[in-house]
Design a protein around this ligand. Structure first.
Ligand code: BTN
Length: 243
C-alpha cells in the first residue's frame, strides 16, 4: 500500500485519476488530502467539509476481470468496510442507506464515490473515494449531515482511522474477489437503513409515494413493496428516500 498525503487538492478522486493516467500505479495506492477545494459527490454533487477535520481520501484498486454486472457488489463491499470500521468504534445506530451512504441515526456521516475504468465488459480498476465526517461539529445549511464527534463526543485521530478503514476495505474487497458476493449481500441487507419500515419516497419526476424497503435486487436496484402490495425496483436516479 502506498499512501500519498496532501495538504490540499481539488478532489482526491480527480488527483488519483490523473496520476493513474500518467503511468503505473501500485494496487491500493491511497491519496489522502487534509483539504479538498472541489470535492465531488454522487450524481454530480459537491462534497464540502471543513479543512483538516475530516477524512477525504481515495483508493486505487485494480479489478482486472471483475464483471461489470457485479458492480453493485463492489459498492456493497466498500459500504460494509466503512460500516464495520464504525461498528468497531461503537458509533451509535449506524446503517447503510442505499446505495452507499453511511448513516448514524438519521444523519449522513459518510459518502462514497466509486469511479470506474472499463475495458469491454469488465472493470480494469476503480477509484474509491470516501468522505467521512470525523471531528467537524457544525454543518451549516445541512441539517442531515453529522460527524463521529457529534455522535460520541470523542475527537478521533484521523490517520489511525484511515488505517483502520483501509484494513477493512482490503478485507471486504478480498472477500468479494474470492467470489463471496453472497456474504457481502447478506451483511449489507442486515444493515440496510429503513429496511422493512414504512417509508416515503420521491420519484424523479415529482410524485411522493409510500412503500416498504425490502432490499436490493438485480443490479443494485432498490426493491420496494408499494401500498397496493405490488413490488417495484428502482434505479438510483429514479427515487429518493425521504427521511
Ligand atoms: C456522496 O455524494 O455521498 C459521495 C461523496 C464522496 C466524497 C469523497 S471525499 C474523497 C473523494 N474525493 C472526492 O472528490 N469525492 C470523494
Amino acid at each position: 500500500m502506498r499512501l500519498i498525503k496532501l495538504d490540499a487538492t481539488a478532489s482526491t478522486n480527480t488527483f488519483l485519476k490523473e496520476l493513474a493516467k500518467s503511468g503505473y500505479l501500485d494496487d491500493f495506492t491511497v491519496v489522502w488530502a487534509k483539504n479538498q477545494t472541489r470535492g465531488r459527490g454522487q450524481m454530480d454533487g459537491n462534497w464540502c467539509t471543513e479543512p483538516g477535520k475530516n477524512l477525504t481520501f481515495s483508493v486505487l484498486k485494480k479489478m482486472e476481470g471483475f464483471q461489470l454486472n457485479k458492480h453493485f457488489e463492489l459498492n456493497m463491499a466498500v459500504s460494509l468496510a466503512v460500516f464495520r470500521t464504525l461498528d468497531l468504534l461503537k458509533i451509535p445506530r449506524i446503517a447503510v442507506k442505499w446505495p452507499n451512504d453511511i448513516m448514524s441515526g438519521s444523519h449522513k456521516i459518510c459518502g462514497i464515490l466509486i469511479e470506474n475504468s472499463i475495458v469491454g465488459i469488465s472493470l480494469k480498476s476503480v477509484i474509491i473515494g470516501i468522505g467521512l465526517n470525523v471531528n467537524q461539529s457544525h454543518f451549516p445549511g445541512n441539517p442531515k449531515a453529522s460527524s463521529l464527534y457529534n455522535k460520541t463526543g470523542i475527537v478521533y485521530d484521523l490517520e489511525e482511522l484511515l488505517q483502520s478503514l483501509i484494513k477493512n476495505l482490503k478485507l471486504a474487497l478480498s472477500i468479494l474477489q474470492m467470489g463471496e458476493g453472497e456474504t457481502i449481500l447478506h451483511e449489507y441487507h442486515s444493515n440496510l437503513f429503513r429496511k422493512g419500515v414504512a417509508s416515503t419516497f420521491k420519484s424523479g419526476d415529482g410524485p411522493i409515494f409510500n412503500g416498504i424497503i425490502l432490499g436490493v435486487g438485480n443490479e443494485g436496484k432498490l426493491r420496494v413493496r408499494l401500498e397496493d402490495d405490488s413490488l417495484e425496483e428502482y434505479d438510483i436516479k429514479e427515487i429518493t428516500l425521504l427521511y
